[in-house]
Design a protein around this ligand. Sequence first.
Ligand code: GTP
Length: 384
Amino acid sequence: MNLSNRQRHEQRLRIRRLVISALSHGMLLIILGSALTLNLLNSISWEHYFLFIITAAVTQAGFWLIIHYDLNLKLDDPSMTLLQMSTAIIWFSLVISELPEVRGALLILYVMVMLFGIFQLSMLEFAFAGLLSLVCFGAVIIADISFRPEITSLKLSIMQWIILATAQTWIALFGSYVRKLSERLKRQRSVLKASNDKMVRTNEELEQAMLQLDEIAGTDELTGILNRRRFFQEAEARLHNIDNYQACALCMIDIDYFKGINDRYGHQCGDQVLEQFSRIASSCLRTTDLFGRYGGEEFILLLPHNNQESGIKVAERIRQSFSSHCFNELEQGLSFTLSAGITLHRWGEPLENTLKRADDALYRAKKGGRNQTVYISGARNQPA
Ligand SMILES: Nc1nc2c(ncn2[C@@H]2O[C@H](COP(=O)(O)OP(=O)(O)OP(=O)(O)O)[C@@H](O)[C@H]2O)c(=O)[nH]1
């Protein structure tokens, strides 16, 4: 039978309980065996003793086989608590019936059996187990009166029966109280677990929402690239972590005569050009590059691990890709140009200084006739 992890765990617990039950039987047999060896008991023979061993072994092995082959799972109560208790009560009664000398002391065995079911049985089941022990013990008394009248004190036997009835009633009441308590604890634990799970889920959802909010807060609505604020946050963080001998380029890009695009084709078409430019530029960049919208039609790039040559190459690649793109949807064969200013970040310098140089380079590109990339040296790229 294919069992779930939970069922397997419960079966292991049932085997453990069975071991406890077998040990209780064994303990009684050891006590009896010791008393027999020391000749303290006259009423019981070794034959009877071995019969007790065999019956105990057979019943315990039977229960073990039932659990081992998972047959108990087909029962209404897979723990077989009441069944095991009833078997034990009958077996203890047989043992007790052979030991009139120590019967009073052995009454405790019935109580022990009742304790076995303290977390499992309902009030009704407890009442059944208690009644069964009283009936079995009553049968022992009747057998004594019938077969051993000479050594039987009726008054004492009745007194013992009353004591047993009182003890079993008390245990049945106490047992049902303990069971209710444990059920209440279980319910509280499951409520706690449910609210804990809910809290974990809410936290995860909150975290997810915060991440989404953070992403939205750092994204330019029109182009989907980083906005100016987030670009500088991330650029500062990157520069802080960059190792000092790795050159890093900063590039500013401005679409040429953008006002004219707006004026001629309308603001919406101007937006389309900005979106298209962002797509083209993104396709020319590596995932480690930072790309943001500086404002209006101005864009900014941080290109880690780039020197003068490779930085200019990236800017030129973007410029050429953009200028060779045709905006046929606006006008057949229509294309635009851009200007770029680039510089290298100097190790340890504030980002505004680098930005100022890149802006100067862009200004020169515009002044120089647009549609070009101008580089201004970032001087040393080494520690001062
Ligand atoms: N469609 C659109 N236009 C914008 C946006 N942001 C700024 N602009 C416009 O971009 C234009 C920028 O024009 P200018 O700064 O004069 O520059 P230019 O026309 O590109 O000229 P040069 O940069 O000198 O080549 C302005 O008309 C702004 O209104 C935007 O999000 N969408």
